[in-house]
Design a protein around this ligand. Structure first.
Ligand code: PMV
Length: 308
């Protein structure tokens, strides 16, 4: 019997299409090199989360496990016999897919404890079950990106989920963290409550995504940054009209545009969380300005696709 196993899964950033993706429009997202590790060890007695740590610029520290997280874990693990340790270097609750990364890492770790590797399809299916506990009615984008890695065009229509891998140019992206968590379930419910009045905004977000995809098709990163950037800013303005931006996110986007970004937007459900900025060139000036303004800021790197 295998006594202990561990597995990692990446977080994600949404380049275009959040919220609209819940209603059948396409979205573009990519896996990042930051993620979550789950370690499982057999032990006598009840299954328990023994430790939950997060790392940021200041080092690793203990974090309190979200009660929804504990419910989700209970649903996915045997009642008896496991000690669970969770470590993440993703900012938690900021739209970077920390809960999906946890779900996918957990599915992978459980499979390893059984002496096998979980295929992407299993991570997607079981990850979705776990994600539902956190998010209520998620589109499935987060855990699909976490399961598959790389860049993805994702759509959940009436006929099911469809996704296409996107090979992204080497984009220079900066994450600007407002430091405030956003509640995805609450933001999604808020948008739902504002329908049908906001349907034209959701349609406009959906219509932007194929334009972003076409702009990303340019192999030259500089040309891609100049073409994609303004579309990201347009996406942000539409998300603000949906009511999911905050003064801190507005300040982050304005700061990015003032410091050379070709475009910037909030990323994820909003109500807090992070903004992403696209640059045509090195990120240093924007990183310094964002930190000087009191934001967390770091470059985002794309995590390569999982082999099938
Ligand atoms: O988990 P977040 O905060 O990145 O939000 C996911 C994106 C939404 O479109 C707002 C929700 C969803 O399920 O797709």
């Amino acid at each position: 019997m295998i006594e202990r196993a561990s597995a990692w899964a990446p977080g994600k950033l949404i380049l275009a299409g959040e919220h609209a993706v819940v209603y059948g429009h396409p979205a573009i997202a990519f896996a990042v090199t930051l993620g979550t590790t789950v370690q499982l060890a057999r032990r006598p007695g009840h299954t328990e989360v023994e430790g939950c740590t997060a790392a940021d610029a200041e080092g690793a520290h203990l974090i309190e496990a979200d009660p929804r997280l504990l419910t989700a874990l209970r649903a996915a693990l045997p009642e008896q016999g496991l000690g669970v340790h969770i470590h993440t270097d993703l900012p938690v609750g900021r739209g970077m897919g920390s809960s999906a990364a946890l779900a996918v890492a957990l599915v992978r770790a459980v499979a390893r404890l059984e002496g096998r590797e979980a295929a992407a399809a299993e991570c997607q299916a079981r990850g979705f079950e776990i994600e539902r506990v956190f998010h209520g009615a998620p589109s499935g984008l987060d855990h699909t990106v976490s399961s598959l890695g790389g860049g993805l065009l994702y759509r959940r229509g009436p006929d099911g989920v469809r996704w296409t891998r996107l090979s992204l140019p080497a984009l220079s992206l900066v994450v600007i963290d407002t430091g405030a968590p956003g509640d995805t379930a609450e933001m999604v419910a808020g948008v739902r409550a504002r329908r049908p009045a906001v349907d034209p905004v959701l349609d406009a977000i959906g219509a932007l995504v194929p334009r972003v995809e076409a702009a990303l098709g340019q192999a030259d990163p500089s040309a891609a940054a100049r073409a994609v950037g303004p579309l990201l800013t347009e996406n942000h303005r539409l998300l603000a009209r949906l009511g999911v931006s905050t003064p801190a996110l507005e300040a982050a986007v304005a700061l990015a545009l003032d410091h050379g970004a070709t475009g910037a937007k909030l990323a994820g459900a909003g109500g807090g969380g992070v903004a992403i900025a696209l640059l045509d060139g090195p990120p240093d000036r924007l990183l310094a300005a964002a930190r000087a303004a009191g934001f967390g800021a770091f470059p985002a790197q794309i995590s390569p696709p999982e082999s099938p």
